[in-house]
Design a protein around this ligand. Structure first.
Ligand code: ZN
Length: 146
C-alpha cells in the first residue's frame, strides 16, 4: 500500500514550512522585554514590576539613548494616557506608570533630534500571563495560537 507512505512523506515535507514565522516567539531584547525591530535602532519595550516602561536602544549591542526622547500613548482611546521618559543608565524610563488593565494599544514615538519627525511603532500590549511559557503575552516565547 503506497498511499499512507506518500501522505507521511508529504506531512514531513510540509511540517517545517508550517512551523515558520507566524505568531511564534516574540523577539526579545537584552533585558527580556519586547524588541521592536521595525525601529532603527531597535527598541526594547520592557514593563517594569511597578508598571513603568523601560526603553533600551539596541543596535547589535545596547546603545546609549543620547538625545533621543520618547513618548508612549496608551490606555482608553477616549481618555488616553501619555507617558514621558527620563534617561536612566543606558535606558529611558517612564516617569509615570501604565494605566490599570491588561490589554491596551500602545503608540510609541521616538524622536532622535528636536524638531525631527518622530519614528512610530504601534502594537497591542498584552500583560496577561501566558500559560505556556509563564511570561506576559507581550514577550511570549512559545509557539501557540490564540
Ligand atoms: Zn507563551
Amino acid at each position: 500500500m503506497k498511499i499512507p507512505h506518500l501522505l507521511t512523506t508529504l506531512a514531513l515535507t510540509l511540517a517545517p514550512a508550517l512551523a515558520g514565522p507566524g505568531h511564534g516567539a516574540t523577539p526579545t531584547g537584552p533585558n527580556g522585554g519586547r524588541l521592536l525591530t521595525t525601529m532603527k535602532p531597535a527598541v526594547e519595550f520592557l514593563v517594569l514590576p511597578d508598571r513603568r516602561v523601560r526603553l533600551t536602544f539596541v543596535d547589535g549591542a545596547v546603545v546609549s539613548p543620547g538625545d533621543r526622547t520618547a513618548t508612549v500613548t496608551t490606555g482608553d482611546r477616549r481618555a488616553p494616557v501619555r507617558l514621558t521618559f527620563q534617561p536612566e543608565g543606558e535606558s529611558l524610563v517612564s516617569e509615570n506608570p501604565l494605566p490599570d488593565g491588561r490589554v491596551f494599544p500602545v503608540i510609541l514615538q521616538i524622536q532622535s533630534l528636536p524638531g525631527e519627525k518622530p519614528a512610530l511603532a504601534k502594537f497591542q500590549l498584552d500583560l496577561s500571563m501566558c500559560g505556556g511559557c509563564k511570561k506576559p503575552e507581550y514577550v511570549c516565547s512559545c509557539e501557540h495560537t490564540h
